[in-house]
Design a protein around this ligand. Structure first.
Ligand code: PNS
Length: 164
């Protein structure tokens, strides 16, 4: 059985992520989408919230499951007996860092292979950071995230505004 894992911080999941997840689910027999911590980013949503939003948006894909992990991606891959990591690439600007991560992961575990899928060009400008920034200033993000995620972002922004 060809198994792969699709890691990310998914803070929040975007339509660009979902496009990669859907396409990867057609290439592999089983795909695990795993929410990890990215120490370089301050998260808007808790791990639990991110898992919940992913589960609510991938329910149509029968061979995809969602999980979370605190630690190194390669340790998660070993735990799940998975040897393929799927990452999406949007633009050349993503390449340098993704290349570095792929090489670090291979250094940490030479049995784990990273494979890249090119983004659908209609989502090439969409990122979780851009979504949060646009939503924070009241902009329209409805074409960038699923409607349930849109609501979760609006609720979070309202909560922050009320607590400020
Ligand atoms: O969606 P992101 O933020 O680009 O995903 C990055 C992520 C979460 C996959 C990366 O930060 C990660 O693998 N975190 C787990 C810790 C780890 O394994 N670090 C070593 C690779 S640099």
């Amino acid at each position: 059985m060809r198994k792969a894992i699709c890691p990310g911080s998914f803070d929040p999941v975007t339509n660009g992520h979902l496009d990669i997840i859907e396409r990867a689910s057609k290439v592999f027999d089983h795909l695990t989408v795993v929410v990890l911590e990215n120490p370089r980013k301050k998260a808007m949503f808790s791990m639990q919230e991110r898992v919940q939003m992913l589960k609510s948006t991938i329910s149509d894909f029968g061979n995809v499951e969602v999980d979370s992990f605190k630690g190194l991606l390669v340790d998660y891959a070993k735990k799940r007996n998975a040897s393929i990591i799927i990452k999406g690439l949007r633009a050349i600007s993503d390449f340098e860092f993704e290349f570095q991560m792929a090489l670090v992961n291979r250094k940490l575990n030479r049995h784990v292979e990273t494979m890249f899928m090119m983004t659908n060009n209609k989502y090439s400008f969409v990122s979780s950071s851009i979504v949060k920034e646009v939503a924070g200033y009241g902009g329209d993000i409805s074409s960038m995230v699923p409607s349930r995620v849109h609501k979760m972002i609006c609720d979070k922004i309202t909560l922050h505004a009320n607590n400020a």
